[in-house]
Design a protein around this ligand. Structure first.
Ligand SMILES: *Cc1c(COP(=O)(O)O)cnc(C)c1O
Length: 482
């Protein structure tokens, strides 16, 4: 693709941009249970207007743009109040949960190194911790020690975590809530462990941190999970999830400035400006923080409480409804608006159910088998979902019935069997070809039926799955040349 020799006029340009969306998931129709957190048109508009208004300002220099520093301090203040932080709590505005987690892990690692020299630092995480902790370990060259969770509740097993801690442990982690099952780990018990062994406890409140305190105010039985729990050192909380802010908005918070100190980076040994960066980005658009400030102030506490009520009602209706469908069961007891459900009938393949739901217009994420967690489908509930919960449950019943009638193809198992005899490192092209036949096309789109692809992935060793995903993305991200 070469640059047009003459620039396009704005109308032609935007017409073309809009047409790019044709194949995107249609989240505005309210049937997408993933990726988008939708508080309605007005909040979306407000967020975008503020985002656009400040997108050229640069957070690199808070002395040149006091507007951005002010917004960040106010947004972090709102987040700290919401999580019952004491007067010493500090934090940073980041681009998302992954960056918040990466920074907390880095701060914990370097904080520990100030106290003693470590062989190879590790973080002790429950099996259900978000992939971002594995990514942080990968980026920062730490070991992620993964501890099995309770097989019934999918909550962290605190005594197993205690047993996994050693002299090189720089952080233990609990989720409030986990992404995969929407359950909340026993944060108070983890806090006791942290105090007892002088450990850094990070609470991953990326997805649940904002909404769960509202659920408690609405009468739900949500145990304390924030700075009110002694022993919690840091918390990540995304504003671009259940605070409905434009994407690129998260906060990482620390119990004291001392804990945050190791997050920062400064450099005065190059010929350019003397640099200090609290977060990963250096030049940093003012758009996300302005968008977040605007949406928080637009919705206000009452607005969020009302949205939380819709989400809580819809979640409860979905949990009840799914459990009533013969052949299905909800995994664990989700407290957050995230519901994972699996099959109890061997004739019902969840990956077929996933395809059947897509054919009926509902977009859910499939989740592969992981230790005690069977293959399942994942729902992320939005305030706008409430109006069509009944329609969804009807579609779900029909989908389960259709899946039950489908003959098992055996293709997934056959692919996995064929791959088992190959060396993934040298046979990547052949393997990618097989997946293309199972619905994973090389143009980056998925076919209508993805069950065989998911079955094959589910049957493969996880390092092979990771290898294939990397190879696949290497193939679908290639520049369009002139
Ligand atoms: C979404 C999420 C993250 C990662 O956040 P991103 O904004 O996707 O980078 C981390 N932890 C949990 C529990 C999440 O749900």
């Amino acid at each position: 693709m070469s640059l047009p020799s003459r620039g396009l006029d704005d109308q032609a340009l935007f017409t073309q941009l809009e047409s790019f969306r044709d194949a995107d998931v249609r989240w505005r129709e309210g049937r997408v249970f993933a990726y988008v957190y939708d508080a309605g048109k007005k909040a979306e508009e407000i967020g975008k207007r503020a985002f656009a208004a400040f997108s050229s300002e640069n957070g690199l220099d808070p002395t040149a743009f006091p507007s951005l520093r002010r917004m960040e301090n106010e947004v972090v203040g709102i987040a700290a109040d919401h999580l019952h932080g004491g007067p010493d709590v500090v934090g940073s505005f980041t681009s998302g949960g992954t960056e918040s987690i990466l920074l907390a892990v880095k701060a914990a690692r370097d904080h520990a190194r100030k106290k003693s020299s470590l062989a190879r630092p590790n973080i002790v995480i429950p099996q259900t911790a978000h992939a971002a902790f594995h990514k942080a370990a990968h980026y920062l060259d730490l070991e992620a020690v993964v501890v099995p969770v309770d097989p019934q509740t999918y909550r962290a097993d605190v005594s197993a975590m205690r047993a996994a801690v050693d002299a090189d442990t720089v952080m233990i982690v609990g989720s409030a809530s986990s992404y995969a099952h929407g359950v909340v780990d026993p944060i108070a018990d983890l806090g006791d462990l942290a105090l007892e062994r002088d450990l850094w406890l990070h609470v991953d409140g990326c997805i649940g941190g904002f909404v769960l305190n509202y659920f408690r105010r609405l009468g739900a039985d949500v145990p304390p999970y924030d700075f009110s729990v002694p022993g919690v050192s840091s918390i990540s909380m995304d504003l671009h999830k259940y605070a409905y802010c434009p994407k690129g908005a998260s906060v990482v918070m620390y119990r004291s400035p001392e804990l945050r100190r190791s997050q920062f980076f400064a450099c005065a040994t190059w010929p350019g400006y003397a640099m200090v960066n609290p977060t990963v980005q250096s030049s940093k658009s003012g758009g996300p923080v302005a968008g977040a400030w605007a949406v928080l102030h637009h919705l206000g506490d009452e607005g969020y409480l009302a949205l939380a009520r819709s989400v809580l009602d819809a979640t409860r209706a979905i949990v009840r409804g799914v459990n009533e469908v013969p052949g299905l069961r909800v995994l664990g007891a989700p407290l957050a608006p995230l519901v994972a459900f699996a099959s109890t009938d061997e004739r019902v393949n969840m990956f077929d159910v996933c395809d059947e739901l897509r054919i009926r217009g509902y977009f859910l994420h499939p989740q592969l088998t992981c230790e005690g967690s069977p293959a399942n489908l994942h729902i992320l509930v939005n305030p706008t979902n409430g109006t069509w919960v009944q329609g969804f449950l009807e579609a779900l019943r029909a989908s389960v019935e259709a899946a039950r009638q489908r003959e098992p193809s055996g293709i997934g198992a056959a692919i996995a069997g064929a791959i088992a005899g190959m060396d993934p490192a040298t046979s990547t092209d052949a393997i990618v070809q097989m997946f293309a036949g199972a619905g994973m096309s090389s143009d980056g789109s998925l076919g209508e039926r993805t069950a065989q692809m998911n079955e094959a992935l589910d049957a493969l060793p996880r390092p092979v799955v990771e290898h294939l995903l990397v190879e696949y993305f290497d193939r679908i991200f290639r520049p369009v040349r002139g």
